[in-house]
Structures are given as structure tokens and as C-alpha cells.
Design a binder for this molecule. Structure first.
Ligand code: ADP
Ligand code: MG
Length: 324
């Protein structure tokens, strides 16, 4: 049990979450307060579950704003569900805190609740313990039976796409840690992308019927696309899209490095048959988000990158080299 300050105890922490994050879903038959939660899965749909932990010092810097931690711990999980094409419904939250700091808990709960409300997610349970700051969220959602989008369906000839603007969140992380100068023009945008990522939930649901494989980008475009390709036993000839702001602020080599290896983007990377191109373009318009074509799936099981017609050799660990 966390060490209580004044009258704020473990039970007060649970009350904050019940008041702030429980939502009002009719399919929650029993939420926070009993030994376990009871929910009803919609008819004809399958349960889709993802869990992710954020540990202070590993996944976020000590002293990070509590609202950002609350937002991110849910966002990273919603992103995993989005990559399956699933609709999120419920979440649990296991929280280890060094003390029962009321201001911290309330700000954390506000960050969590803001994003949960956006996507109709109810917090239905969890655990609260004393320990070094760490947060584990499990998100549960559903989708029509048999229609989950996996990483393994990409086929040679499919087009490859990437949502949004990858690389900016990684710039934000490096601004926060002091590795990059906070004076760059795009600083506010980069910090917002890192601290308050927007999981592509509605986009993932809409894309599901159109795509052959999908993954969310948490560890960098190169690594996560590599996972999709490995699962599909395929390769890709890929093109880094124009990195306007990143290139302006950091030059082309660092911009490419942030794009390929930065991570924390929570964008969707997916493949689709060539015939789906116009539907995908229409979705981009409808969702007001860039769905950039970034290449083609190939038979040879290699991932080759180009930027503006130049070959980029990237070994996955940060070193890169621009060819002729
Ligand atoms: P138990 O000992 O039976 O696990 P707890 O006292 O740990 O019960 O929890 C009481 C209730 O509060 C349970 O419904 C549990 O799911 C919920 N709960 C505990 N911690 C959290 C949390 N951090 N977020 C949401 N619900 C929580
Ligand atoms: Mg418990």
C-alpha cells in the first residue's frame, strides 16, 4: 500500500480513478469496487487485448508531468488495438507509486481520463501498490469475429503506407532530455507529439477492411516495419517521405535518423493491395491525416530505404550512410 500523506490513502487513489476515469459504458456490468469487473462483449465480436508498462527512468524521465504519463500509458495501448483494427472498450490500470501524492494522482487521472473519454474507454479495475513509479495498462476491445488485422498478411506488390508524421515524437524526447536544442522552430510540436501522442484509433478501425497487414510504430519505422516484413516473410523497397520540418530543424541525416529509428510515434504502418489506393486516399481526406505511400512490398526479404532518390544504409542501431 502506498505511504499516505495526510488523509490521502490507497483508497483515496482508487476513489480518484473511480470518479474520474470509470466512464459510463452500459456494457460495464460491474466496474471498480468489487473483486473483479464484469463486462459484456458485443454479439458476434471477438475480444482483443493489449498490455504495456511504462516505468519511470526507462520509458519516461523522472519529473515528467503526471498528465503526460496518464495520457501516454493509455495511448500506447490504444495504439496497439488500433493496429489490429479493434475498437477499444475497457481498461485496467496497475499503478506503483512511491507515495500517495494527491496532486500527482489527480493530474495523472486527468491525463488518462481525457484520452479515455475521447475514445469511449471505461476504466474498470486495477491495482495500487507502493513502489518505484510504474504504470501498467491493459486495454480490452473488440472487433468483428475473424477480422483482426495481423502483421503477417503483406504480399509482394502490395503498397506500403505510413500515417502522420513519424520522427517528431523522437525529436520531442531528445528535446526533453537535452540531447537536442530546445530552441528549434518546431520544438512545441515535437514536445506535444512525444508527451501527448494521438493513437490512431478511428483510422485503424476504418483501415481494417482495406489493408493486408498493419503494425503501430512504437520503436521506430525501420524496426516496426521490419517486424511486419518478418511476419509476412517479405521485404520492401521503401522511400522516406519529405521530412520538411525535421530537416529544417536538424538537417537531413539526423532527420532521417529520427524518422527511421526514433520511435514513440504511435502512427500506423500498413500494406494494402494496389487496388485499394483510392479508398486509402479517401480515408486520408476523411480523417484529415496524411497516409503517405512509402514503398512497395518485395519478394526478396530485405528492407531497402531511399531518401530523395539516394540510398540510405541504416543498420537499425542509429548509424546511417547516404549513398550517391
Ligand atoms: P483486491 O485486494 O480485491 O484486489 P483492491 O483493494 O486492490 O482489491 O481494489 C479494490 C477495487 O479497486 C478493485 O475493483 C480494483 O480493480 C480497483 N482498483 C484498485 N486500484 C486501481 C487502479 N489503480 N485503477 C483502477 N481501479 C483500481
Ligand atoms: Mg488488489
Amino acid at each position: 500500500m502506498p505511504v499516505a500523506t495526510d488523509s490521502f490513502t490507497e483508497f483515496s487513489i482508487i476513489d480518484v480513478f473511480r470518479d474520474c476515469c470509470a466512464g459510463s459504458r452500459a456494457d460495464v456490468l460491474l466496474g471498480i469496487g468489487d473483486d473483479a469487473a464484469v463486462t459484456r462483449l458485443p454479439e458476434g465480436r471477438e475480444l482483443v487485448v493489449a498490455a504495456d508498462a511504462l516505468v519511470e527512468g526507462t520509458h519516461f524521465l523522472p519529473g515528467t508531468a503526471a498528465a503526460s504519463v496518464g495520457h501516454r500509458c493509455l495511448a500506447v495501448n490504444l495504439s496497439d488495438l488500433a493496429a489490429m483494427g479493434a475498437t477499444p472498450h475497457w481498461a485496467t490500470l496497475s499503478l506503483a507509486v512511491p507515495d500517495a501524492d494527491e496532486a500527482w494522482v489527480r493530474a495523472f487521472a486527468d491525463g488518462f481520463a481525457g484520452l479515455a473519454e475521447c475514445h469511449g474507454v471505461s476504466l474498470i479495475g486495477g491495482d495500487t501498490v507502493h513502489g518505484p513509479l510504474a504504470v501498467t495498462v491493459t486495454v480490452m476491445g473488440s472487433m468483428p469475429a475473424g477480422e483482426a488485422v495481423t502483421r503477417s498478411g503483406a504480399r509482394p506488390g502490395d503498397r506500403l503506407y505510413l500515417s502522420g508524421a513519424a520522427g517528431r515524437a523522437a525529436a520531442g524526447r531528445r528535446l526533453l532530455s537535452g540531447e537536442l536544442p530546445a530552441s528549434v522552430t518546431g520544438a512545441d510540436e515535437y514536445l506535444r507529439r512525444f508527451s501527448y501522442p494521438e493513437p490512431r484509433v478511428d483510422l485503424g478501425i476504418a483501415l481494417a477492411p482495406l489493408v493486408t497487414a498493419m503494425i503501430d510504430v512504437s520503436d521506430g519505422v525501420h524496426t516496426d516495419l521490419g517486424r511486419l516484413l518478418a511476419a509476412s516473410s517479405a521485404g520492401a523497397a521503401a522511400e522516406i517521405p519529405e521530412l520538411d520540418e525535421l530537416e529544417r530543424d536538424f538537417g537531413d541525416e539526423l532527420a532521417c535518423q529520427l524518422f527511421l529509428g526514433g520511435g514513440e510515434d504511435y502512427e500506423l504502418c500498413f500494406s494494402a493491395a494496389a487496388g485499394a489506393a483510392s479508398d486509402i486516399e479517401a480515408l486520408a481526406q476523411a480523417h484529415k491525416i496524411a497516409l503517405e505511400p512509402i514503398g512497395t512490398i518485395t519478394e526478396t526479404q530485405k528492407l531497402c530505404w531511399q531518401y530523395r532518390g539516394r540510398t540510405v544504409d541504416y543498420d537499425g542501431s542509429g548509424f546511417e550512410h547516404f549513398g550517391a
